[in-house]
Design a protein around this ligand. Sequence first.
Ligand code: 5RP
Length: 222
Amino acid sequence: MNQNALKRAVAVAAIDEIRPLLAKDSVIGVGTGSTADHFIDLLAELRHDFQGAVASSRASAERLKGHGIDVFELNHVGTVPVYVDGADEINPRLEMIKGGGAALTREKIVAACAERFICIADASKRVEVLGGYPLPVEVIPMARSYVARELVTRSITPVYRDGVITDNGNQILDCYDFLIEEPREIEFALNNIVGVVTNGLFAHRPADLLLLGTDQGVERLT
Ligand code: 5RP
């Protein structure tokens, strides 16, 4: 199966997973990216079985609305029973790098409010140690150069994602050459640099369940 077919397969599996959690008054969390897009398209079939969704990006909000699914402000919802999203990398502890689509901050906020985080990913995303994929760091624009210098002092190579403005009006530095053996410590330390909004490590709030698309089928990993 090609990568897109694997993404579709895990989206189908996620629909089966959330179906029992849906109620007329439930508002679910929906992520961002091409795998999440498959999930949104399939969710359209169930739109009468739940109240609506909170989205981790404007792009996903527009896609949801395009399918007739109501999109709510997170501030009006509180906790969400389940959040479904993709990842750029995921390790055996279900810690992730996210933010390839520049939606990391809103993704982290929705994940924080979720009772259950289901990660949907094709097999290429599974790694033993995070860091092969560049770690995104969202920065306040005026702090970009300062944060970049701070990263360099930590032996990290930051690259400005030129031309990208996040949904929050900020910029992204992608961190290369950086194997992440201690994700929880690194997540905390990078977030402590002044001017960083957040980084794309999801270690303090890992996924609860990984639906991993492989040529042998969808693996269910906890
Ligand atoms: C967006 C994300 C995505 O979940 C991540 O980039 C995976 O994307 P895709 O499903 O397109 O491979 O974190 O900010």
